[in-house]
Design a protein around this ligand. Sequence first.
Ligand SMILES: Cc1cc2nc3c(=O)[nH]c(=O)nc-3n(C[C@H](O)[C@H](O)[C@H](O)COP(=O)(O)OP(=O)(O)OC[C@H]3O[C@@H](n4cnc5c(N)ncnc54)[C@H](O)[C@@H]3O)c2cc1C
Length: 498
Amino acid sequence: MDGLNTVIIPGINSIEEYLNELEKSCDGFINKRASIRLAKESFSMLQELEEWGINFPKDEKGEYYQGRKGKYHVTMKSPNIKPLLASQVRSKKIQVLQHTMATNLLRHKETVIGCTALDNRLGDFIICRAKSTILAAGGCGRFSLPPSGYLFGTFDCPSNTGDAYSMAYHAGAELTGFEFIYGGYVRTKDYNSPIKDICVSHGGKVVNSLGNEVLPRNQTFLGQRVSEEDMRVDIRKGLDPLFIDIRKVSKENMKSIRELMFTTERGTLKTFFRGRGVDVRKDLIEIAQGDYHLCGGHGGTGIIINEETETTLKGLYAVGDSSWVTRQWLTGAFVFGAIAGKNAAQYASSIKEHEITSDSVEKEKARVFAPLYVHDGLKPAQLEYKLRRIINEYIISPKNKMKLKIALQWVQRFKKNDVQELKASDAHELGRVLEIQSILNCVEMAARASLERTESRWSFLHQRTDFPEKDDENWQKQIIIKKNMKTGKMALAIRRFT
Ligand SMILES: Cc1cc2nc3c(=O)[nH]c(=O)nc-3n(C[C@H](O)[C@H](O)[C@H](O)COP(=O)(O)OP(=O)(O)OC[C@H]3O[C@@H](n4cnc5c(N)ncnc54)[C@H](O)[C@@H]3O)c2cc1C
Protein backbone atom coordinates (compact mmCIF):
# COMPACT_ATOMS: atom_id res chain seq x y z
CA MET A 1 0.00 0.00 0.00
CA ASP A 2 2.28 2.72 -1.25
CA GLY A 3 -0.16 5.05 -2.95
CA LEU A 4 -3.60 5.66 -4.31
CA ASN A 5 -3.55 3.80 -7.60
CA THR A 6 -6.33 5.84 -9.18
CA VAL A 7 -6.35 9.60 -8.78
CA ILE A 8 -7.39 11.88 -11.59
CA ILE A 9 -5.77 15.22 -10.78
CA PRO A 10 -7.61 18.03 -12.59
CA GLY A 11 -5.38 19.67 -15.20
CA ILE A 12 -3.02 16.70 -15.29
CA ASN A 13 -5.21 13.75 -16.29
CA SER A 14 -8.68 13.65 -17.79
CA ILE A 15 -11.58 11.42 -16.84
CA GLU A 16 -12.17 10.47 -20.49
CA GLU A 17 -8.58 9.37 -20.92
CA TYR A 18 -8.75 7.31 -17.71
CA LEU A 19 -11.97 5.65 -18.75
CA ASN A 20 -10.65 4.78 -22.21
CA GLU A 21 -7.52 3.21 -20.79
CA LEU A 22 -9.42 1.34 -18.09
CA GLU A 23 -11.88 -0.01 -20.66
CA LYS A 24 -9.03 -1.15 -22.89
CA SER A 25 -7.13 -2.81 -20.06
CA CYS A 26 -10.22 -4.68 -18.81
CA ASP A 27 -11.42 -5.68 -22.29
CA GLY A 28 -14.59 -3.63 -21.79
CA PHE A 29 -15.55 -5.21 -18.48
CA ILE A 30 -16.11 -2.05 -16.47
CA ASN A 31 -18.86 -0.53 -14.36
CA LYS A 32 -18.79 2.64 -16.44
CA ARG A 33 -20.97 4.97 -14.41
CA ALA A 34 -19.34 3.95 -11.16
CA SER A 35 -15.84 4.32 -12.64
CA ILE A 36 -16.73 7.84 -13.83
CA ARG A 37 -17.94 8.69 -10.31
CA LEU A 38 -14.70 7.29 -8.89
CA ALA A 39 -12.63 9.36 -11.27
CA LYS A 40 -14.62 12.52 -10.53
CA GLU A 41 -14.32 12.22 -6.76
CA SER A 42 -10.83 10.75 -6.49
CA PHE A 43 -8.94 14.01 -6.10
CA SER A 44 -11.27 15.56 -3.53
CA MET A 45 -11.00 12.28 -1.58
CA LEU A 46 -7.21 12.56 -1.62
CA GLN A 47 -7.53 16.09 -0.23
CA GLU A 48 -9.91 14.92 2.49
CA LEU A 49 -7.49 12.14 3.45
CA GLU A 50 -4.71 14.73 3.69
CA GLU A 51 -6.85 16.67 6.16
CA TRP A 52 -7.06 13.48 8.21
CA GLY A 53 -3.26 13.40 8.39
CA ILE A 54 -2.49 10.88 5.64
CA ASN A 55 0.76 11.83 3.93
CA PHE A 56 0.94 12.32 0.16
CA PRO A 57 4.43 13.81 -0.24
CA LYS A 58 5.11 16.63 -2.73
CA ASP A 59 8.23 17.60 -4.68
CA GLU A 60 10.05 20.92 -4.48
CA LYS A 61 7.50 22.46 -6.89
CA GLY A 62 4.66 21.46 -4.58
CA GLU A 63 3.41 18.73 -6.93
CA TYR A 64 2.35 15.26 -5.79
CA TYR A 65 4.66 12.41 -6.78
CA GLN A 66 2.50 11.06 -9.53
CA GLY A 67 2.84 8.29 -12.06
CA ARG A 68 5.63 6.37 -10.31
CA LYS A 69 3.77 3.06 -10.54
CA GLY A 70 1.46 4.07 -13.34
CA LYS A 71 -0.18 7.10 -14.83
CA TYR A 72 -2.85 7.59 -12.18
CA HIS A 73 -0.82 6.56 -9.13
CA VAL A 74 -0.15 9.14 -6.38
CA THR A 75 2.53 8.18 -3.87
CA MET A 76 1.42 7.85 -0.25
CA LYS A 77 3.83 7.50 2.67
CA SER A 78 1.63 6.77 5.63
CA PRO A 79 2.61 3.70 7.59
CA ASN A 80 0.16 4.97 10.21
CA ILE A 81 -2.82 4.92 7.82
CA LYS A 82 -4.84 2.44 9.88
CA PRO A 83 -4.51 4.26 13.25
CA LEU A 84 -5.40 7.50 11.42
CA LEU A 85 -8.56 5.94 9.98
CA ALA A 86 -9.43 4.42 13.36
CA SER A 87 -9.13 7.80 15.04
CA GLN A 88 -11.64 9.20 12.55
CA VAL A 89 -14.05 6.41 13.48
CA ARG A 90 -13.54 7.17 17.18
CA SER A 91 -13.98 10.91 16.69
CA LYS A 92 -17.38 10.27 15.11
CA LYS A 93 -18.38 8.09 18.06
CA ILE A 94 -19.17 5.12 15.82
CA GLN A 95 -19.77 1.94 17.78
CA VAL A 96 -17.35 -0.83 16.77
CA LEU A 97 -17.83 -4.49 17.62
CA GLN A 98 -14.34 -5.97 17.84
CA HIS A 99 -13.58 -9.62 16.94
CA THR A 100 -17.02 -9.94 15.44
CA MET A 101 -17.75 -11.41 12.04
CA ALA A 102 -20.98 -10.92 10.15
CA THR A 103 -22.40 -14.33 9.25
CA ASN A 104 -25.46 -13.59 7.12
CA LEU A 105 -27.92 -10.92 6.05
CA LEU A 106 -31.49 -10.76 7.31
CA ARG A 107 -34.29 -10.09 4.83
CA HIS A 108 -37.86 -9.00 4.73
CA LYS A 109 -39.08 -9.85 1.22
CA GLU A 110 -36.68 -8.04 -1.14
CA THR A 111 -35.30 -5.76 1.55
CA VAL A 112 -32.26 -6.31 3.74
CA ILE A 113 -33.02 -5.49 7.36
CA GLY A 114 -29.74 -6.20 9.12
CA CYS A 115 -27.41 -9.07 9.74
CA THR A 116 -26.35 -11.74 12.19
CA ALA A 117 -22.84 -11.92 13.61
CA LEU A 118 -20.57 -14.02 15.77
CA ASP A 119 -18.16 -12.76 18.41
CA ASN A 120 -15.40 -15.21 17.61
CA ARG A 121 -13.69 -14.82 20.98
CA LEU A 122 -16.68 -14.96 23.33
CA GLY A 123 -18.96 -17.05 21.13
CA ASP A 124 -21.86 -14.59 21.42
CA PHE A 125 -24.43 -14.64 18.61
CA ILE A 126 -25.40 -11.08 17.68
CA ILE A 127 -28.46 -9.81 15.83
CA CYS A 128 -28.01 -6.41 14.18
CA ARG A 129 -31.29 -4.80 13.21
CA ALA A 130 -30.61 -2.15 10.58
CA LYS A 131 -32.64 0.00 8.22
CA SER A 132 -29.69 0.01 5.87
CA THR A 133 -26.63 -2.23 5.66
CA ILE A 134 -23.28 -1.67 3.92
CA LEU A 135 -21.17 -4.66 2.95
CA ALA A 136 -17.47 -3.80 3.17
CA ALA A 137 -15.88 -7.14 4.04
CA GLY A 138 -13.35 -7.16 1.17
CA GLY A 139 -13.03 -9.89 -1.46
CA CYS A 140 -11.96 -13.52 -1.19
CA GLY A 141 -8.26 -13.30 -0.33
CA ARG A 142 -7.99 -16.88 0.88
CA PHE A 143 -8.81 -18.43 -2.48
CA SER A 144 -6.10 -20.43 -4.26
CA LEU A 145 -3.39 -22.00 -2.12
CA PRO A 146 -0.20 -19.91 -2.20
CA PRO A 147 2.87 -21.79 -3.50
CA SER A 148 4.25 -21.72 0.08
CA GLY A 149 1.32 -23.98 1.06
CA TYR A 150 0.62 -21.73 4.02
CA LEU A 151 -3.14 -21.08 4.31
CA PHE A 152 -2.67 -17.49 5.48
CA GLY A 153 0.35 -16.62 3.34
CA THR A 154 -1.83 -14.86 0.78
CA PHE A 155 -1.22 -11.71 -1.22
CA ASP A 156 -4.59 -10.23 -0.27
CA CYS A 157 -5.82 -9.81 3.29
CA PRO A 158 -6.14 -13.36 4.72
CA SER A 159 -9.12 -12.45 6.88
CA ASN A 160 -11.15 -11.90 3.71
CA THR A 161 -12.85 -15.14 2.69
CA GLY A 162 -15.58 -13.89 0.39
CA ASP A 163 -18.04 -13.46 3.26
CA ALA A 164 -19.56 -10.37 1.66
CA TYR A 165 -20.04 -12.20 -1.66
CA SER A 166 -21.54 -15.14 0.12
CA MET A 167 -23.89 -13.07 2.27
CA ALA A 168 -25.05 -11.00 -0.71
CA TYR A 169 -25.56 -14.18 -2.74
CA HIS A 170 -27.67 -15.86 -0.07
CA ALA A 171 -29.77 -12.72 0.29
CA GLY A 172 -30.52 -12.78 -3.45
CA ALA A 173 -28.36 -9.91 -4.71
CA GLU A 174 -26.68 -9.98 -8.13
CA LEU A 175 -22.94 -10.60 -8.44
CA THR A 176 -20.53 -10.70 -11.35
CA GLY A 177 -16.94 -11.30 -12.48
CA PHE A 178 -16.27 -14.61 -10.75
CA GLU A 179 -14.39 -15.90 -13.77
CA PHE A 180 -12.05 -12.85 -13.52
CA ILE A 181 -9.71 -14.59 -11.10
CA TYR A 182 -7.03 -12.12 -10.19
CA GLY A 183 -3.42 -12.87 -9.28
CA GLY A 184 -0.67 -15.21 -10.21
CA TYR A 185 1.57 -12.18 -10.35
CA VAL A 186 5.20 -12.33 -9.48
CA ARG A 187 5.72 -11.60 -5.79
CA THR A 188 8.39 -11.94 -3.13
CA LYS A 189 9.08 -15.68 -2.93
CA ASP A 190 7.29 -17.32 0.01
CA TYR A 191 6.22 -13.95 1.44
CA ASN A 192 3.87 -12.98 -1.38
CA SER A 193 4.13 -9.19 -1.14
CA PRO A 194 4.28 -6.81 -4.08
CA ILE A 195 7.88 -5.84 -4.76
CA LYS A 196 8.57 -5.43 -8.46
CA ASP A 197 6.90 -2.05 -9.01
CA ILE A 198 8.50 -0.38 -6.01
CA CYS A 199 11.97 -1.60 -6.94
CA VAL A 200 11.83 -1.23 -10.72
CA SER A 201 10.40 2.29 -10.50
CA HIS A 202 13.40 3.22 -8.34
CA GLY A 203 16.11 1.96 -10.67
CA GLY A 204 16.00 -1.75 -9.77
CA LYS A 205 16.00 -4.56 -12.35
CA VAL A 206 14.35 -7.94 -12.77
CA VAL A 207 16.91 -10.58 -13.71
CA ASN A 208 16.52 -14.24 -14.61
CA SER A 209 18.51 -17.26 -13.48
CA LEU A 210 21.13 -16.59 -16.18
CA GLY A 211 21.64 -13.13 -14.73
CA ASN A 212 20.06 -11.47 -17.78
CA GLU A 213 17.71 -8.52 -17.29
CA VAL A 214 14.05 -9.20 -18.12
CA LEU A 215 13.15 -6.37 -20.47
CA PRO A 216 9.74 -4.89 -21.33
CA ARG A 217 8.15 -6.14 -24.53
CA ASN A 218 5.06 -3.92 -24.59
CA GLN A 219 3.72 -0.92 -22.73
CA THR A 220 0.82 -1.80 -20.37
CA PHE A 221 -2.15 0.13 -18.99
CA LEU A 222 -0.31 1.52 -16.01
CA GLY A 223 2.77 2.26 -18.07
CA GLN A 224 4.89 -0.19 -16.09
CA ARG A 225 8.44 -0.72 -17.18
CA VAL A 226 8.66 -4.49 -17.14
CA SER A 227 5.26 -6.18 -17.01
CA GLU A 228 4.04 -9.33 -15.31
CA GLU A 229 3.59 -10.91 -18.75
CA ASP A 230 7.26 -10.18 -19.57
CA MET A 231 8.30 -12.05 -16.44
CA ARG A 232 5.95 -14.94 -17.13
CA VAL A 233 7.55 -15.37 -20.58
CA ASP A 234 10.88 -16.06 -18.88
CA ILE A 235 9.24 -18.35 -16.31
CA ARG A 236 7.54 -20.34 -19.08
CA LYS A 237 10.92 -20.70 -20.81
CA GLY A 238 12.29 -22.23 -17.62
CA LEU A 239 14.53 -19.25 -16.94
CA ASP A 240 13.31 -18.97 -13.38
CA PRO A 241 13.89 -18.33 -10.57
CA LEU A 242 13.66 -14.61 -11.23
CA PHE A 243 15.19 -12.04 -8.94
CA ILE A 244 14.92 -8.37 -8.11
CA ASP A 245 18.28 -6.66 -8.24
CA ILE A 246 18.53 -3.41 -6.29
CA ARG A 247 22.19 -3.75 -5.46
CA LYS A 248 23.23 -0.85 -7.66
CA VAL A 249 20.42 1.66 -7.13
CA SER A 250 21.42 5.09 -5.85
CA LYS A 251 21.46 5.82 -2.12
CA GLU A 252 18.50 8.15 -2.51
CA ASN A 253 16.45 5.52 -4.35
CA MET A 254 17.38 2.86 -1.80
CA LYS A 255 16.09 5.16 0.95
CA SER A 256 12.77 5.53 -0.91
CA ILE A 257 12.53 1.79 -1.55
CA ARG A 258 13.10 1.04 2.13
CA GLU A 259 10.57 3.68 3.18
CA LEU A 260 7.89 2.12 0.99
CA MET A 261 8.75 -1.55 1.11
CA PHE A 262 9.34 -1.89 4.84
CA THR A 263 6.60 0.42 6.10
CA THR A 264 3.41 1.12 4.19
CA GLU A 265 3.64 -1.88 1.88
CA ARG A 266 4.25 -4.53 4.53
CA GLY A 267 5.98 -3.89 7.81
CA THR A 268 7.02 -7.49 8.40
CA LEU A 269 8.97 -7.83 5.13
CA LYS A 270 12.10 -6.54 6.86
CA THR A 271 11.80 -9.28 9.48
CA PHE A 272 11.22 -11.85 6.72
CA PHE A 273 14.42 -10.84 4.91
CA ARG A 274 16.35 -10.86 8.15
CA GLY A 275 15.09 -14.37 8.88
CA ARG A 276 16.15 -15.53 5.42
CA GLY A 277 19.52 -13.85 5.71
CA VAL A 278 18.82 -11.55 2.73
CA ASP A 279 20.59 -8.20 2.72
CA VAL A 280 18.88 -6.24 -0.07
CA ARG A 281 22.00 -4.07 -0.57
CA LYS A 282 24.17 -7.10 -1.30
CA ASP A 283 21.88 -9.95 -2.35
CA LEU A 284 19.41 -10.69 -5.11
CA ILE A 285 15.79 -11.00 -3.92
CA GLU A 286 14.03 -14.11 -5.20
CA ILE A 287 10.56 -13.62 -6.65
CA ALA A 288 7.98 -16.14 -7.84
CA GLN A 289 4.37 -16.43 -8.91
CA GLY A 290 1.92 -15.85 -6.09
CA ASP A 291 -1.64 -16.96 -5.43
CA TYR A 292 -4.97 -16.08 -7.06
CA HIS A 293 -7.94 -14.39 -5.43
CA LEU A 294 -11.25 -12.69 -6.12
CA CYS A 295 -11.76 -8.99 -5.50
CA GLY A 296 -13.15 -5.77 -6.89
CA GLY A 297 -10.04 -3.76 -5.96
CA HIS A 298 -7.27 -5.19 -8.12
CA GLY A 299 -9.67 -7.45 -9.95
CA GLY A 300 -13.13 -7.48 -11.48
CA THR A 301 -15.27 -9.54 -9.12
CA GLY A 302 -18.04 -8.23 -6.93
CA ILE A 303 -21.54 -7.49 -5.86
CA ILE A 304 -23.25 -5.44 -8.55
CA ILE A 305 -23.69 -1.82 -7.49
CA ASN A 306 -24.62 1.38 -9.25
CA GLU A 307 -22.73 4.65 -8.87
CA GLU A 308 -24.67 5.30 -5.66
CA THR A 309 -23.37 2.00 -4.23
CA GLU A 310 -26.87 0.51 -4.17
CA THR A 311 -27.01 -3.23 -4.79
CA THR A 312 -29.97 -4.94 -6.45
CA LEU A 313 -31.60 -5.37 -3.02
CA LYS A 314 -33.28 -2.56 -1.12
CA GLY A 315 -31.45 -1.39 1.99
CA LEU A 316 -28.21 -3.11 0.92
CA TYR A 317 -25.11 -1.21 -0.20
CA ALA A 318 -21.68 -2.60 -1.07
CA VAL A 319 -18.30 -0.91 -1.36
CA GLY A 320 -14.60 -1.49 -1.92
CA ASP A 321 -13.29 -4.93 -2.81
CA SER A 322 -16.71 -6.44 -2.08
CA SER A 323 -18.28 -4.52 -4.94
CA TRP A 324 -17.94 -4.67 -8.68
CA VAL A 325 -16.09 -1.60 -9.91
CA THR A 326 -13.19 -3.14 -11.82
CA ARG A 327 -9.77 -1.98 -10.63
CA GLN A 328 -11.06 0.56 -8.15
CA TRP A 329 -8.29 -0.23 -5.64
CA LEU A 330 -7.97 1.74 -2.43
CA THR A 331 -9.33 4.91 -4.01
CA GLY A 332 -12.59 3.08 -4.69
CA ALA A 333 -12.88 1.86 -1.11
CA PHE A 334 -12.61 5.46 0.13
CA VAL A 335 -14.75 7.16 -2.52
CA PHE A 336 -17.57 4.61 -2.47
CA GLY A 337 -17.34 4.20 1.30
CA ALA A 338 -18.18 7.89 1.64
CA ILE A 339 -20.98 7.70 -0.93
CA ALA A 340 -22.49 4.61 0.72
CA GLY A 341 -22.36 6.19 4.17
CA LYS A 342 -24.35 9.21 3.01
CA ASN A 343 -26.85 7.24 0.96
CA ALA A 344 -27.42 4.54 3.55
CA ALA A 345 -28.04 7.17 6.25
CA GLN A 346 -30.46 9.05 4.04
CA TYR A 347 -32.33 5.88 3.14
CA ALA A 348 -32.51 4.82 6.79
CA SER A 349 -34.05 8.14 7.77
CA SER A 350 -36.79 7.68 5.17
CA ILE A 351 -38.15 4.26 6.18
CA LYS A 352 -39.62 2.41 9.14
CA GLU A 353 -37.77 -0.42 10.81
CA HIS A 354 -38.89 -3.95 9.95
CA GLU A 355 -39.45 -6.60 12.58
CA ILE A 356 -37.01 -9.48 12.41
CA THR A 357 -38.69 -12.86 12.39
CA SER A 358 -37.32 -15.43 14.81
CA ASP A 359 -37.29 -18.34 12.32
CA SER A 360 -34.60 -16.82 10.07
CA VAL A 361 -32.50 -15.97 13.12
CA GLU A 362 -32.88 -19.44 14.63
CA LYS A 363 -31.97 -21.08 11.34
CA GLU A 364 -28.78 -19.07 11.10
CA LYS A 365 -27.93 -19.67 14.74
CA ALA A 366 -28.25 -23.41 14.17
CA ARG A 367 -25.93 -23.20 11.14
CA VAL A 368 -23.33 -21.16 13.00
CA PHE A 369 -23.15 -23.37 16.10
CA ALA A 370 -23.62 -26.79 14.46
CA PRO A 371 -19.85 -27.58 14.31
CA LEU A 372 -19.69 -27.48 18.13
CA TYR A 373 -21.84 -30.62 18.21
CA VAL A 374 -19.73 -32.61 15.77
CA HIS A 375 -17.48 -35.18 17.40
CA ASP A 376 -14.54 -36.87 15.70
CA GLY A 377 -14.94 -34.50 12.78
CA LEU A 378 -12.58 -32.63 10.49
CA LYS A 379 -10.47 -29.73 11.72
CA PRO A 380 -11.22 -26.59 9.67
CA ALA A 381 -7.62 -26.32 8.43
CA GLN A 382 -7.80 -29.85 7.01
CA LEU A 383 -10.76 -29.10 4.79
CA GLU A 384 -9.54 -25.64 3.89
CA TYR A 385 -6.26 -27.09 2.62
CA LYS A 386 -8.11 -29.66 0.54
CA LEU A 387 -10.53 -27.13 -0.90
CA ARG A 388 -7.88 -24.61 -1.81
CA ARG A 389 -5.71 -27.27 -3.42
CA ILE A 390 -8.70 -28.07 -5.64
CA ILE A 391 -8.83 -24.39 -6.63
CA ASN A 392 -5.18 -24.54 -7.75
CA GLU A 393 -5.71 -27.70 -9.71
CA TYR A 394 -9.06 -27.10 -11.39
CA ILE A 395 -10.22 -23.47 -11.18
CA ILE A 396 -7.38 -21.12 -12.01
CA SER A 397 -6.00 -20.66 -15.53
CA PRO A 398 -5.32 -22.52 -17.69
CA LYS A 399 -8.94 -23.67 -17.38
CA ASN A 400 -10.98 -26.08 -19.46
CA LYS A 401 -14.39 -27.72 -19.39
CA MET A 402 -13.16 -30.98 -17.85
CA LYS A 403 -11.26 -29.29 -15.04
CA LEU A 404 -14.17 -27.01 -14.19
CA LYS A 405 -16.63 -29.92 -14.15
CA ILE A 406 -14.34 -31.81 -11.78
CA ALA A 407 -14.16 -28.70 -9.58
CA LEU A 408 -17.95 -28.61 -9.44
CA GLN A 409 -18.10 -32.28 -8.50
CA TRP A 410 -15.76 -31.52 -5.61
CA VAL A 411 -17.91 -28.57 -4.56
CA GLN A 412 -20.97 -30.83 -4.38
CA ARG A 413 -19.06 -33.45 -2.44
CA PHE A 414 -17.63 -30.94 0.03
CA LYS A 415 -21.06 -29.39 0.58
CA LYS A 416 -22.79 -32.71 1.06
CA ASN A 417 -20.18 -34.47 3.19
CA ASP A 418 -17.12 -32.64 4.41
CA VAL A 419 -18.78 -29.39 5.53
CA GLN A 420 -21.21 -31.39 7.67
CA GLU A 421 -18.24 -33.11 9.29
CA LEU A 422 -16.44 -29.92 10.26
CA LYS A 423 -15.81 -29.75 13.94
CA ALA A 424 -15.13 -26.64 16.05
CA SER A 425 -13.89 -26.72 19.58
CA ASP A 426 -14.27 -23.00 20.34
CA ALA A 427 -15.68 -19.74 19.01
CA HIS A 428 -12.56 -19.06 16.96
CA GLU A 429 -12.91 -22.35 15.10
CA LEU A 430 -16.59 -21.62 14.51
CA GLY A 431 -15.40 -18.57 12.60
CA ARG A 432 -13.00 -20.72 10.59
CA VAL A 433 -15.83 -23.05 9.59
CA LEU A 434 -17.95 -20.12 8.44
CA GLU A 435 -15.03 -18.83 6.40
CA ILE A 436 -14.67 -22.18 4.65
CA GLN A 437 -18.35 -22.13 3.75
CA SER A 438 -17.89 -18.70 2.16
CA ILE A 439 -14.80 -19.83 0.23
CA LEU A 440 -16.77 -22.84 -0.98
CA ASN A 441 -19.57 -20.60 -2.25
CA CYS A 442 -16.98 -18.50 -4.08
CA VAL A 443 -15.45 -21.62 -5.63
CA GLU A 444 -18.82 -22.65 -6.98
CA MET A 445 -19.46 -19.18 -8.41
CA ALA A 446 -15.96 -19.09 -9.95
CA ALA A 447 -16.31 -22.56 -11.50
CA ARG A 448 -19.77 -21.93 -12.93
CA ALA A 449 -18.87 -18.52 -14.37
CA SER A 450 -15.58 -19.86 -15.81
CA LEU A 451 -17.46 -22.74 -17.44
CA GLU A 452 -20.03 -20.38 -18.91
CA ARG A 453 -17.49 -18.02 -20.51
CA THR A 454 -16.49 -20.07 -23.54
CA GLU A 455 -13.61 -17.83 -24.61
CA SER A 456 -10.35 -16.51 -23.16
CA ARG A 457 -10.15 -12.94 -21.80
CA TRP A 458 -8.07 -10.79 -19.45
CA SER A 459 -4.79 -12.46 -20.38
CA PHE A 460 -4.02 -15.30 -17.95
CA LEU A 461 -6.85 -14.37 -15.57
CA HIS A 462 -9.40 -16.28 -17.63
CA GLN A 463 -7.58 -18.53 -20.07
CA ARG A 464 -9.62 -21.45 -21.48
CA THR A 465 -7.44 -23.95 -23.34
CA ASP A 466 -10.54 -25.32 -25.09
CA PHE A 467 -11.53 -21.77 -26.17
CA PRO A 468 -8.13 -20.06 -26.48
CA GLU A 469 -9.28 -16.98 -28.41
CA LYS A 470 -11.01 -13.83 -27.22
CA ASP A 471 -14.48 -13.80 -28.76
CA ASP A 472 -15.70 -10.20 -28.82
CA GLU A 473 -18.61 -11.03 -31.09
CA ASN A 474 -20.27 -13.28 -28.52
CA TRP A 475 -18.60 -12.35 -25.28
CA GLN A 476 -18.65 -8.58 -24.85
CA LYS A 477 -20.89 -9.62 -22.01
CA GLN A 478 -20.88 -10.13 -18.30
CA ILE A 479 -22.05 -13.16 -16.38
CA ILE A 480 -24.47 -12.34 -13.58
CA ILE A 481 -24.85 -14.75 -10.68
CA LYS A 482 -27.90 -14.78 -8.48
CA LYS A 483 -29.49 -17.27 -6.15
CA ASN A 484 -32.90 -18.53 -7.18
CA MET A 485 -34.67 -17.86 -3.88
CA LYS A 486 -37.39 -20.41 -4.64
CA THR A 487 -35.20 -23.38 -5.54
CA GLY A 488 -32.08 -22.31 -3.61
CA LYS A 489 -30.03 -23.04 -6.76
CA MET A 490 -27.38 -20.87 -8.37
CA ALA A 491 -28.63 -19.14 -11.51
CA LEU A 492 -26.50 -17.51 -14.21
CA ALA A 493 -27.58 -14.84 -16.65
CA ILE A 494 -25.68 -13.11 -19.42
CA ARG A 495 -25.82 -9.38 -20.01
CA ARG A 496 -24.10 -7.22 -22.61
CA PHE A 497 -21.40 -4.81 -21.35
CA THR A 498 -23.07 -1.43 -20.98
C1 LIG B 1 -0.68 -6.25 -0.78
C2 LIG B 1 -1.63 -5.21 -1.30
C3 LIG B 1 -1.15 -3.97 -1.68
C4 LIG B 1 -2.02 -3.00 -2.14
N1 LIG B 1 -1.52 -1.79 -2.50
C5 LIG B 1 -2.34 -0.84 -2.96
C6 LIG B 1 -1.85 0.44 -3.31
O1 LIG B 1 -0.66 0.73 -3.18
N2 LIG B 1 -2.74 1.34 -3.79
C7 LIG B 1 -4.06 1.08 -3.94
O2 LIG B 1 -4.80 1.97 -4.40
N3 LIG B 1 -4.57 -0.12 -3.61
C8 LIG B 1 -3.75 -1.08 -3.11
N4 LIG B 1 -4.25 -2.31 -2.76
C9 LIG B 1 -5.71 -2.54 -2.87
C10 LIG B 1 -6.42 -2.00 -1.65
O3 LIG B 1 -5.69 -2.34 -0.49
C11 LIG B 1 -7.84 -2.56 -1.54
O4 LIG B 1 -8.51 -2.30 -2.75
C12 LIG B 1 -8.59 -1.91 -0.39
O5 LIG B 1 -7.94 -2.14 0.84
C13 LIG B 1 -10.02 -2.45 -0.28
O6 LIG B 1 -10.60 -1.94 0.87
P1 LIG B 1 -11.86 -2.69 1.52
O7 LIG B 1 -12.21 -1.88 2.73
O8 LIG B 1 -12.88 -2.94 0.51
O9 LIG B 1 -11.31 -4.12 1.95
P2 LIG B 1 -10.21 -4.49 3.05
O10 LIG B 1 -9.24 -3.37 3.22
O11 LIG B 1 -9.67 -5.82 2.64
O12 LIG B 1 -11.04 -4.63 4.39
C14 LIG B 1 -12.02 -5.64 4.56
C15 LIG B 1 -12.21 -5.85 6.04
O13 LIG B 1 -13.36 -6.70 6.25
C16 LIG B 1 -13.06 -7.59 7.32
N5 LIG B 1 -13.95 -8.75 7.21
C17 LIG B 1 -13.85 -9.82 6.38
N6 LIG B 1 -14.89 -10.66 6.57
C18 LIG B 1 -15.67 -10.12 7.53
C19 LIG B 1 -16.89 -10.51 8.17
N7 LIG B 1 -17.53 -11.64 7.84
N8 LIG B 1 -17.41 -9.72 9.13
C20 LIG B 1 -16.78 -8.56 9.49
N9 LIG B 1 -15.62 -8.13 8.91
C21 LIG B 1 -15.08 -8.89 7.95
C22 LIG B 1 -11.59 -7.90 7.17
O14 LIG B 1 -11.05 -8.34 8.39
C23 LIG B 1 -11.03 -6.55 6.72
O15 LIG B 1 -10.63 -5.78 7.83
C24 LIG B 1 -3.40 -3.28 -2.25
C25 LIG B 1 -3.90 -4.54 -1.84
C26 LIG B 1 -3.02 -5.48 -1.38
C27 LIG B 1 -3.56 -6.81 -0.97
